[in-house]
Every structure is written in C-alpha cells, then in structure tokens.
Design a protein around this ligand. Structure first.
Ligand code: ZN
Ligand code: ZN
Length: 216
C-alpha cells in the first residue's frame, strides 16, 4: 500500500497515453506512475481505450510498406515514450528519472541557486523545462503564481503549501488558479522533480530579478 495522496489528473494521464504530452511533463507522469499503482491502473485503462478506438476505425487499404514504415517510426520514438517501469526498492529516483540523470541521487550535478536551494535542469526537448530541486528542510520557496502548468513531484522529504502536505510520490498539479508558497518540511532536504511549460510568476522583487539567471 503506498502513502501517495496527491495524484495525476485524468487529463494528464490521457495526454500521456495519447503521446501528446510535452517531454518534461511526460517524465513527471512516468516517474509518478512508476511509484503509484492507482495512476498506473488508470493509465492502463486509458491505453486500452486508445487501443479499442484504433481497432474500431473503419478499415482502409494500406500501402504495401505501411507496416515497415510504422515499425521504422516506432524505432525513432524517444526512450521516454517507452512503458513506465517499476522502480527498484532502495533508490531515491524511480527508473524513468534515473534514465535522465544517468543514475541516482549521487549522480546529480547540482547548482546552488541561493538560500541553500540547489537545482539541476534536465535536458529535454520542447519549450517546457524540467528540473530537480533540493530545498533544505524548513526553507520556503519564493511565493509565486503560474502562467501555465507546473507539476511538482516529491522524491524525498516533503513540502507543504496552500494545497496541503506533499510527501514522496505525491504530485502537485498547479495552474493559473494557484498561487503558492511551498515550504520544505523541517527534518530533511526536500528533493522534487518540477516541470513547467511557462515561466513562473513571482511576487517578490528579488526572485523576479534572479529569474532570468535561474531560468525558472
Ligand atoms: Zn497516482
Ligand atoms: Zn508553483
């Protein structure tokens, strides 16, 4: 039984199943699903529905090379589109994330961004950004709003904000409607995976000045 209380939305799981989600968000979905039986079951249901829809389409005559072309296309798909795998027990990072980092927590190349907070931006295609954040226990992140979607998944430690308590495996889905001040819960560093598709909207002057340099 997992302790995960904050899950992915159906809309995110459906987009992931359809392969239309941007790479950073896909990484968060794959990472969450690898720890969460509930979302994995929902994802499998959406994938099954997608399969039925393909099966029920009217038959059309295919070109002779259609099958070869399809397999060739599958070969070109990036690795992150592969089915989520189940994580090993003692690792902090589930397998989909390990593929990006090239290992576990020890392999992250952190960069200090002030206040004891460290980040590591992961390489992805597309306009969105995905990063690992390490926030010392008891530290507040600058309060901010969102111009688009922000997914934050806790990997270690916990944080609290206006929406509740987020521990390992929990995902916060934040959009334009949410303005929040996440605070890492005292006791241990909070390590999260955060993906955004647009720059955040900071309230304070100092984070606003730092924003272009941090790329958040
Ligand atoms: Zn879930
Ligand atoms: Zn946020």
């Amino acid at each position: 039984m997992s302790d995960i209380k904050h899950h992915l939305t159906d809309a995110l799981l459906m987009s992931y199943a359809a392969g239309t989600l941007d790479e950073g968000f896909s990484l968060v979905v794959a990472t969450h699903v690898s720890l969460c039986d509930e979302c994995r079951a929902r994802l499998e249901a959406f994938e099954a529905v997608g399969g039925v829809m393909v099966d029920e389409c009217d038959e059309v005559a295919l070109a002779d090379d259609a099958l070869d072309a399809t397999f060739a296309l599958i070969d070109t798909l990036p690795a992150e589109q592969a089915a989520p795998r189940v994580a090993a027990k003692n690792n902090v990072f589930p397998l989909p994330l390990q593929d990006y980092v090239g290992g576990d927590l020890d392999n992250v190349r952190w960069r200090a961004v002030g206040g004891g907070v460290m980040q590591a931006v992961l390489k992805t295609k597309g306009p969105g950004k995905v990063r690992l954040l390490s926030i010392p226990g008891g530290t507040a992140m600058p309060d901010h709003g969102h111009r688009g979607l922000e997914l934050t998944m806790v990997l270690k430690g916990a944080f609290e904000d206006e929406d509740g308590y987020f521990g390992r495996g929990d995902v916060e889905v934040a959009n334009e409607d949410l303005h929040h001040t996440p605070v890492a819960v005292a006791g241990e560093d909070c390590i999260c995976l955060a993906a955004t598709d647009a720059p955040l909207r900071f309230k304070g002057l100092v984070p606003r000045i730092a924003q272009p340099f941090l790329g958040i």
